[in-house]
Design a protein around this ligand. Structure first.
Ligand SMILES: NC(=O)c1ccc[n+]([C@@H]2O[C@H](COP(=O)([O-])OP(=O)(O)OC[C@H]3O[C@@H](n4cnc5c(N)ncnc54)[C@H](O)[C@@H]3O)[C@@H](O)[C@H]2O)c1
Ligand SMILES: O=CCCC(=O)O
Length: 506
């Protein structure tokens, strides 16, 4: 029997629970308000990355199912776009309330399929739900403009129109928040959607859809098409190329983002792309080193290093390098407890799948083989299972090592030394990605210069966490197009319509 220790949320008792009793464990896809199988009846397994046990088998949908879902979203858009902002806001608010109320159940599903520790999974529900709350408020402020006209007896009006059906394609690392950040915004704007969640974590998306149904969203407004990695390209092609789709909103790797962008271009469709990062974490000598280390733990080990805004390159001034690395190592010894996410006290779960575990292992092996020094960790934690990896610090990393330029997406902190502000800017900016960046300094002038000169969509000064519903989240260069969160996150799903009222004196 597949087991799941649900009670460890409270860390007090150890009830053992069958996956079949997990709340909101839906095993069907969700199209036009119906819980359905694939038209082909194909299924694929969803595994717990901690132990490879099958949590559920769910529909392995293909292009035909994707078309059906788009048709449902298109039909529902006809009426949804005319609902009042007040009504949309109320529904979003109800969805938010239900997610918060059921956060423990939703967190169990995240831990089961994504592997992250229960406390962190719960944190994701709080974070992800905050987008629903924020966009419930924002829905009522999607204002237009009346602009002074250059002509007598004419009036210029700009209004915001919803884009229509949005294809939402999301990753596994934040299986709830990456959906609510998009879907909250697009629903507020008056759009409808077809969600294709990551094949590793579809159960969270289905649970969220069930709560949306309970919140009162009419059929067809939110649809969830589940598919294995094998079927993802076929489903993705329909979601990007169907003429009824108005926008493709994707979060995931830069590699896949470019493929989808190419397909979207054929139909001149709007895109919102939140792609990979290679975030620098810069520490100047004036920084409070203990504070920088505390924040480094968040920036590196959140979701065990599997975050797009995870610190990927630690750039530490030579004057404080040894002190920083020593304190970082000690903090890792104190805080990084490896194990399955449901176990009390665990802070670092498994990596999501064997591909990710193999990638991290080979990046570290390559670096070690070429002379990098392991300060702590440096190998798989096989005593816990095949996808666990030790929390690691590497120094003496050189540009010829693969790990130097790649997004690691795992619990490996690579620490480099620098000497001047100019040098660190050069190193930090020498990448084709530009998502998040972190700077630690007490020199206000330096903080401003770094904010201005770092070629990244987001700069955190003296902090290791950037994410919230209120700011505009997103990257430049190959890290993406568009912003999520904030009022700009809603504007992504609207077009500006210009209406000219003429002959007003007639
Ligand atoms: N910028 C951000 O906000 C952000 C947030 C989270 C993750 N990410 C990035 O995501 C990556 C990790 O996530 P991942 O491994 O799930 O990414 P991925 O690109 O492999 O997969 C993302 C989604 O795309 C789907 N997909 C894959 N190939 C497809 C195709 N040909 N057509 C249509 N869909 C396809 C997958 O099934 C999944 O749903 C990292 O690079 C990370 O930085 C970025
Ligand atoms: O993985 C990247 C997104 C995580 C976040 O929203 O902070």
């Amino acid at each position: 029997m597949v087991i799941f220790r649900s009670s460890l949320l409270s860390n007090t008792k150890s009830l053992i629970m069958d996956y079949r009793n997990m709340h909101f464990l839906r095993k069907n896809a969700y199209i036009n308000g119906q819980w359905v199988n694939a038209q082909s009846n194909a299924v694929f397994p969803v595994l717990n990355p901690a132990d490879d046990k099958v949590i559920a088998e769910i529909p392995d949908m293909d292009a035909a199912d994707a078309k059906t879902a788009i048709a449902a979203a298109t039909e529902s858009f006809r009426t949804w776009k005319y609902t009042t902002a007040k009504d949309r806001a109320a529904m979003l608010r109800r969805w938010y309330d239900l997610c918060v109320k059921n956060q423990d159940h939703l967190a169990e599903i995240i831990t089961a399929e994504a592997g992250k520790p229960l406390a962190e999974a719960k944190g994701e529900i709080v974070y992800g739900s905050s987008f629903l709350e924020f966009f419930a408020d924002t829905a009522r402020h999607i204002n237009g403009e009346v602009i002074p006209s250059p002509w007598p007896n004419k009036q210029i009006m700009l209004t915001r129109q919803p884009l229509g059906v949005v294809s939402v394609i999301t990753p596994w690392n934040f299986p709830f928040a990456m959906i609510t950040r998009k879907v909250g915004a697009l629903l507020a704007a008056g759009c409808t959607c077809v969600i294709k969640p990551a094949e590793d974590t579809p159960l969270t998306a289905l649970a969220a859809a069930q709560l949306a149904e309970e919140a009162g969203f009419p059929k067809g407004i939110i649809n969830v098409v589940t598919a294995s990695r094998k079927n993802a390209p076929a489903v993705g092609k329909v979601l990007c190329e169907d003429p009824d789709v108005g926008c493709i909103s994707f979060t995931g790797s830069t590699h896949v983002g470019k493929i989808l962008y190419g397909m979207a271009a054929k139909g001149v469709k709007r895109v919102s792309l939140e792609l990979g990062g290679n975030c620098p974490f810069i520490v100047f000598p004036s920084a409070d080193i203990n504070h920088a280390v505390e924040q480094a733990m968040m920036a590196k080990f959140r979701n065990n290093g599997q975050a797009c805004v995870g610190a990927n390159r630690f750039l530490i001034h030579a004057d404080v390098f040894d002190a920083f690395v020593e304190a970082f190592k000690n903090k890792i010894i104190e805080k990084c407890i490896i194990g399955p996410g449901y176990k009390a006290g665990v802070t670092c779960g498994p990596l999501i799948n064997i591909e990710q575990a193999t990638k991290v292992k080979s990046l570290v092996e390559d670096a070690r083989g070429r002379g990098a020094k392991v300060v702590i960790g440096g190998k798989p934690a096989l005593e816990h299972g095949t996808k666990f990896y030790e929390s690691t610090i590497l120094t003496d990393v050189k540009p010829e090592m693969k790990i130097y330029g790649e997004e690691i997406f795992g619990p490996v902190a690579v620490c480099h030394k620098f000497n001047t502000e100019e040098e660190v800017l050069e190193i930090a900016n020498s990448t084709r990605t530009g998502l998040g960046s972190y700077v630690f300094t007490k020199d206000l002038g330096q903080a401003f210069r770094m904010s201005q000169k770092l070629e990244f969509g987001m700069v955190a000064i003296n902090d290791g966490v950037l994410s919230a519903a209120e700011p505009a989240f997103g990257g430049i260069k190959e890290s993406g197009i568009g912003r999520e969160g904030s009022k700009h996150g809603v504007e992504e799903y609207t077009d500006i319509k210009y209406t000219l009222f003429s002959a007003l004196d007639k």
